[in-house]
Design a protein around this ligand. Structure first.
Ligand code: ADP
Ligand code: MG
Length: 554
């Protein structure tokens, strides 16, 4: 590491960087970055697969998260090092893109860097390694497409298998709980997926609302063909149950709007006050009358509902809910077929949504409003039940993963076998492919293949097998044409056909894993200079805080 500042030029020091800036260059920079990224990958390594272990993360407020979900681990870890942060970004991108394969992506990126280090030791320039990795990636993506099995995107059985495969490495990944969750995810996905012209289906994971409520257990989780709101009916005089509901979706308040500026009104007699109040009541009554006149019997409002308006609504037998989240309003539009209305004056019968039943029910210790039995709903709710918040949070992440897996298959109906099978197969094909290249580039492609084999190695390790032994056996099987041979982690043995065990992954996820990992590794390999500004001085910070305190109250 060299100090910043500058070298004396003709006796005059030339300062380019700010005082206190840390600069690391060349191989030192590269090594430091690789080290940081590898450490992060090392942390995630043991969380891979169905026998992966959990991490307990405690944030600065003392809140605890227990998870083995790669994306969550890296998000909660508050990573400092810039290169490691790059990997975190990759994990997030992977999560956003396909919702699964984050652990694999980070571990693979770390392994690619570890292998690259070996090449750097042999004085191979980073750009050659990067070139080799890119060639290997292109070939691997091509080979995934060739090795993948085509499936029917609406086949319940395939979708269940895919969902189960995504859930198996999670806490809920066993017995009746998993079956229940799988069944609900598939049902939910099939309900809201939209057919596309090219024969695939588009599933927006956001169209499946996940609502959590403490109490009972995960097996009691239900799917509601409609929306569940964590709200109560606003007024005790209103019905708690409305059949054949005609629903108004409002995003304006059912209140008489107060002027934004403070207005002063001089009232000189009690009469005037009375008239004033009467006028307000009249306005509110008109609003409610308008709602009733279009035939509505349920009002869902994004904003507030005035007490007086509540009273009038109750008198007309209309059920109302207020202060509903915008995202829920949009989901209600999709579920009930109604339209969000911003002004009561413009409300017409056409804007109403429909549901067989709107009902307030007690769930656990709280009340919730169920809007269900919607015709052809484009949005549904999975109501998760569980003993505590931690369990519910992990269940939510699991459902998200399962839905993402289903979405991926619907988008690209192709699967590959899991348990490291596809990785071994790709490694084999890449080694063959590398023979076309010469010297250093060939070495880089071979290293890429080696890195891929790390995935079955880790899976073997978590299954209590000897990793090297397992890979050698798998290589032999694959060379004999057993395309789907992989590690059966749950039983701790090598399996000739992972598809028989239903250990399968969407091809889309595997492709994204390879892309993300290679992108991260090559990005880090390209860096040969780290210039880090000095952290703000403590004294200065303290002074700023004091200033802030002073001005806070103005
Ligand atoms: P990621 O965050 O990368 O999805 P997971 O913890 O979900 O990490 O592990 C995924 C890996 O575990 C995949 O390679 C998948 O094929 C493998 N896997 C899942 N179930 C099994 C199983 N029963 N036996 C062997 N491997 C499995
Ligand atoms: Mg997974």
């Amino acid at each position: 590491m060299s100090a910043p500042g500058g070298a004396p030029v003709y006796g005059i020091p030339v300062l380019i960087l700010k005082e206190g800036t840390q600069r690391t260059t060349g191989r030192d920079a590269l090594r430091a970055n690789i080290m940081a990224a590898r450490i992060l990958a090392e942390v995630l390594r043991t969380s891979l697969g169905p026998r992966g272990l959990d991490k307990m993360l405690v944030d600065s407020f003392g809140d605890i998260t227990v998870t083995n979900d790669g994306a969550t681990i890296v998000k909660e870890m508050e990573v400092q090092h810039p290169a490691a942060k790059l990997l975190v970004e990759v994990a997030k991108a992977q999560d956003a893109e396909v919702g699964d394969g984050t652990t694999t992506a980070v571990v693979l990126a770390g392994t690619l860097l570890e292998k690259a280090e070996a090449l750097l030791d042999q004085n191979i320039h980073p750009t050659i390694i990067i070139e080799g990795y890119k060639k290997a990636l292109a070939k691997a993506l091509e080979e995934i497409d060739k090795a993948a099995i085509k499936v029917d995107p609406k086949d319940k059985e395939i979708l269940s298998k895919i969902a189960r495969s995504a859930l198996i490495s999670k806490h809920i990944g066993s017995g009746p709980t998993m079956n229940r969750i799988t069944e609900l995810c598939v049902e939910a996905a099939l309900t809201v997926a939209e057919p596309q012209p090219n024969g695939t289906y588009k599933l927006d994971v956001g169209d499946v609302k996940i609502e959590k409520k403490k109490g009972e257990s995960l097996v009691d989780t239900i799917l509601v063909k409609g929306i569940v709101l964590d709200k109560e009916v606003v007024h005790p005089g209103m019905p708690k149950r409305v059949e054949k509901a005609k629903i108004v979706l409002l995003d304006c308040p059912l209140e008489v709007e107060k002027p934004e500026i403070t207005a002063k009104i001089n009232i000189t007699s009690p009469e005037q006050i009375k008239r004033f109040l009467e006028e307000e009541t009249k306005l509110l009554k008109e609003m409610v009358d308008k709602i009733a006149s279009v035939g509505a019997n349920v009002v869902i409002c994004q904003k507030g509902i005035d007490d007086v308006a509540q009273h009038f609504l109750a008198k007309k037998g209309i059920l109302a809910v207020r202060r509903v989240k915008r995202s829920d309003m949009e989901k209600l539009e999709k579920a009930t077929g109604g339209k969000i209305v911003s002004s009561i004056r413009d409300l017409t019968e056409k804007d109403l949504g429909y549901a067989e039943l709107v009902e307030e029910r007690k769930v656990g210790t709280d009340k919730m409003v169920f809007i269900e039995g919607c015709k052809n709903p484009r949005s549904v709710t999975i109501l998760l039940r569980g003993a505590n918040d931690m369990e519910l949070d992990e269940a939510e992440r699991s459902v998200h993963d399962a839905l993402s897996a289903i979405r991926n298959i619907m988008k690209e109906p192709k699967i590959v076998s899991g348990g490291g099978a596809i990785e071994i197969e790709l490694a084999m094909r890449l080694r063959e492919h590398s023979k076309q290249f010469k010297g250093k580039e060939q070495m880089a492609i071979e290293k890429f293949a080696e890195a891929l084999e790390e995935i079955p190695m880790i899976l073997a390790e978590t299954a209590g097998l000897d990793p090297m032994d397992a890979v050698v056996k798998l290589r032999t099987l694959h060379s004999k044409g057993h395309l789907h041979a992989g590690v059966n982690v749950l039983e701790g043995k090598i399996e000739e056909d992972m598809t028989k065990l239903n250990v399968i992954d969407p091809a889309l996820v595997k492709k994204q894993v390879l892309k993300s990992a290679t992108e991260a590794a090559t990005a880090i390999l390209k860096i040969d200079d780290i210039i880090a500004a000095a952290p703000p001085k403590k004294e200065k910070k303290k002074k700023e805080e004091e200033e802030f305190e002073k001005f806070k109250y103005y």
